[in-house]
Design a protein around this ligand. Structure first.
Ligand SMILES: Cc1ncc(COP(=O)(O)O)c(C=O)c1O
Length: 441
């Protein structure tokens, strides 16, 4: 039969073609996973002898800094610690290094450079914002403030009650700690000017639907102010897509220096009252940062993006715009964090001697898990965890109002476990082992 002969003749070529096809299919179906040893090699803390064996679970309090940030900070202090933006080289360079951080951060977050502000911390940034925004409103106007927030996004707004603004509280669910969108809808009136809420609470760990809430606020002619401090360490947001008018996070929790980043939409800043020297009026970068910014730390912010770029190009071949690199990294980090969180939640759910605060499933959950032991004091459990070389936090973490809403005493508060994409499964196992031991009666 002629066709069998033909196949036999072409067999070697057919085999080569089939092999190529299958190997390509394999490449296409391969899901990118995080190269953890590579990631950890970017953080000196993981090779620091004094930290050897210690597993870090207090990341919601502040992350380890990456080497790129440390190098940039040191470099600035060595070479450019002069007043910036004069024509002499060291000064001009200092200004350029700072400028690069504004530009690169804006590109990563998908916003305009003029919309990025660096202040000393998120708490101070919100304090300044509240003062800048008060003149935008009339006596008797209303603002909605969530009770799921860290005090940073709570106290400064509530103080406006003494200055003629009516505060409407959006309470967290007594049992789950979750904020309900139906309840929010009922809080709006024709005098509502703003809704302040967290992207993710630093004790409850539930991820709020920022886009949907912002859309609701806009539908009522109100602004949305989002505390992104709890979420940003797990993935920088694409701010254009998110739709919040103001979004804040703390860079010392996202591998960087001790600064707060604030995004304020261009349209909005022109309506705010200048909070800086009178001659800074109209200079948008200065209006919301009354004190001189920390030059060296701002310059070092670029180091976070050096790190992100390095991790991106280590995993992906395709060169693309920074906001797209950010999207890809978000997925990569999230998948890794979810696998770790899954293992931890399975263990926690299997115990009847602890209470998990917030949702106990992976859905809409950040790796910030607060627990309360039911048959032991938090302090006793903590002592065992320390013996197991586990670094955690305990207390109320300035999230006093969420705990009050859930009837949880702020003293002793909760034991908080929080981790990031640089955490390993071995560290999760070390934690589980420590918890198992510590929970024994
Ligand atoms: C959710 C949340 N918001 C705000 C803050 C305050 O940030 P900063 O220390 O930059 O003022 C924190 C700090 O822990 C936080 O966890």
């Amino acid at each position: 039969m002629w066709y069998i002969k033909k196949i036999q003749r072409n067999l070697p070529i057919t085999i080569i073609l089939l092999t190529l096809l299958f190997s390509n299919l394999k490449i296409c179906s391969k899901v990118m996973t995080l190269d953890l040893p590579y990631v950890r090699s970017q953080f000196p803390a993981f090779s620091e002898p004094s930290l050897k064996g210690w597993a870090f679970f207090e990341n919601a309090g502040g992350s380890y800094p990456c080497i790129q940030v440390i190098n940039r900070l040191t470099d600035f202090y060595m070479k450019n610690k002069v007043q910036v933006n004069y024509p002499y080289p060291a000064s001009t360079k200092a200004g350029q290094l700072m400028e690069a951080s504004y530009k690169r951060m804006a590109d990563y977050l998908n916003v305009d450079e003029s919309e990025i502000h660096f202040g000393p911390s998120t708490t101070q940034n919100i304090y300044v914002l509240a003062n800048a925004m008060r003149p935008m409103w009339k006596d008797g106007d209303q603002i909605i403030v969530s009770c799921q927030d860290h005090e940073a996004n709570a106290g400064a707004w509530r103080r406006l009650a003494d200055r003629g603004i009516k505060i409407i509280e959006w309470h967290a669910h007594r049992k789950t700690g979750i904020l309900s969108l139906e309840e929010l809808e009922d809080l709006f009136t024709d005098r509502t000017k703003m809704v302040a809420f967290p992207h993710c609470s630093n004790v409850i760990g539930h991820i709020n639907p920022v886009a949907a809430i912002s859309e609701m606020a806009h539908g009522h002619g109100a602004l949305s102010v989002v505390d992104g401090v709890g979420w940003a360490p797990h993935g920088f947001p694409n701010l254009k897509e998110l739709g919040a008018d103001i979004y804040l996070f703390s860079l010392y929790k996202t591998f960087g220096p001790h600064l707060g980043l604030m995004y304020v939409s261009k349209e909005l800043i022109g309506k705010m009252q200048n909070q800086s020297h009178f001659f800074k009026e109209g200079i948008s970068r200065s209006m919301l940062t009354p004190a001189g910014p920390d030059h060296a730390q701002i310059a070092a912010v670029s180091g976070i993006l050096d790190y992100f770029d390095k991790v991106y190009f280590h995993h992906f071949k395709e060169d693309t715009i920074p906001s797209e690199r950010n999207n890809a990294l978000n997925k990569l980090f999230r998948e890794h964090e979810k696998a770790l969180l899954d293992r931890l939640l399975i263990f926690l759910r299997s115990r009847d001697d602890i209470r998990i605060i917030g949702p106990d499933s992976l859905k809409d959950r950040a790796p910030i898990v607060s627990i309360i032991p039911l048959h032991k004091t938090i302090k006793k459990l903590y002592a065992t965890l320390t013996k197991h070389k586990l670094m955690l936090g305990m207390g109320h973490f300035y999230a006093v109002r969420p705990l009050m809403d859930m009837d949880i005493p702020t003293d002793p508060g909760v034991l908080r476990i929080s981790f990031l994409h640089y955490t390993s499964m071995e560290e999760i196992d070390q934690l589980i082992e420590g918890l198992r031991e510590g929970l024994k009666i």
